[in-house]
Write a protein that binds this ligand. Structure first.
Ligand code: QUE
Length: 345
């Protein structure tokens, strides 16, 4: 068992604490395997009634995945090792999404990338004021993965595309508006809530008890400024990522987000756009993750992934050189083939 995970039980409550606080609990392969092993063991254990996920440290629940390691595999000529990392992570995401017992995510601070891949798929999602949610993969030449396309497929299309393509972070109220969390609970209520959830796990109606605890502890969500901005876009079926990006550029109030989109990898924008449309056709987490695994195999091998991780996380010059550097110059055929859209038939 890895030291980056604390796995324990309190009565009939299983507890999984991501414990790699120096890296904001970013998910190593060993952490992913440890989470999957604990969940697999507890699934049929009659002594476990519910499972709680939390992150150690002050900074947040989880900053993402081990994209530095995935990049190293690719540039050392072993992209299959990167494939194996993503396959293991997505299998864990599917295990969470289809889990037969109540899974509770208790998040705060940073909840990004692979962190949303855990917390977002839990059946009961509690967050706290001040939390920041994002899928920032378009900044590193990858795409919004870990099955989050399937969660956002239930949100209005413009909210989903703007959030996933831009990678900007949003607060707790917007996480509710996007369908990434269910309730916001004040930080001072968390300790008693944790005890109450452990008590509820003893009940044969644990799910109903926890739902009631969540409703009782919730504060009224405030304004959701990101969702309000996305709702300024015309409601329509976008034909291409370029058309969507142009529409964002046409609305003055979206200027900041348009500027962010202009910095993102064009390949990432296209992959994230087409993955979201595919998720809306599939409307199921398992098939969406299978689609994402094909897309991950493609995207991890493209130059933008190694370059994006270099610029953001290795050299930290924040100045990636994308190829191609414009959506207009991108051949979308390989991306369409990977997502398996009607266009690829
Ligand atoms: C996009 C990402 C990640 C990211 C930044 C991006 C990601 C990830 C981290 C991260 C952050 C802090 C750490 C760490 C990793 O940042 O997946 O180890 O200490 O894990 O723009 O996908």
């Amino acid at each position: 068992m890895t030291s980056e995970l604390r796995i324990s039980t309190t009565g009939r409550l299983g507890s999984i604490v991501l414990d790699r606080p120096k890296a904001i609990n970013a998910l190593s392969l060993e952490m992913i395997e440890g989470i999957a092993a604990a969940l697999a063991q507890w699934r049929d254990d009659p002594d476990i009634g519910a499972v709680l996920f939390e992150g150690a440290g002050e900074k947040g629940f989880c900053a993402g995945g081990d994209v530095r390691a995935a990049r190293a595999h690719v540039i050392e000529g072993r992209p299959e090792d990167a494939d194996r990392y993503f396959a293991t992570e997505y299998r864990m995401n599917a295990l969470i999404a289809g889990y037969p017992k109540p899974l509770v995510a208790l998040t705060r601070g940073i909840v990004m990338g692979g962190g949303i891949g855990i917390a977002g798929h839990c059946g009961m999602r509690i967050t706290q004021p001040g939390s920041r949610f994002a899928m920032p993969e378009s900044a590193i030449g990858f795409f919004a993965d870990v099955g989050v396309s399937a969660i956002l497929a239930k949100a209005p299309l413009n909210r989903a595309l703007l959030f996933l393509m831009s990678g900007v972070s949003v607060g707790a109220s917007d996480a509710l508006a996007l369908g990434l969390a269910d309730v916001v609970v004040p930080s001072e209520a968390v300790e008693p809530l944790r005890r109450d959830i452990a008590d509820a796990a003893r009940s044969s109606h644990a799910r109903e008890h926890i739902v009631r605890l969540m409703a009782a502890g919730a504060v009224v969500a405030g304004e959701a400024p990101f969702a309000a901005k996305a709702d300024l876009l015309p409601a329509r079926q976008w034909e291409s990522p370029a058309e969507f990006v142009a529409a964002v550029g046409d609305i003055a109030a979206l200027g900041e987000i348009a500027a962010v989109l202009a910095l993102r990898s064009p390949s990432s924008l296209a992959a994230t756009f087409h993955a979201q449309l595919a998720a809306r056709r599939l409307m199921a987490v398992g098939p969406t993750l299978e689609m994402e695994l094909r897309l991950a195999g493609l995207m991890a091998r493209r130059a933008d992934f190694a370059e994006g991780v270099r610029a953001v996380l290795v050299d930290k010059d924040q100045a990636p050189r994308w190829s191609p550097d414009r959506l207009e110059a991108l051949d979308q055929a390989p991306i369409l083939a990977a997502v398996g859209g009607p266009q690829s038939a």
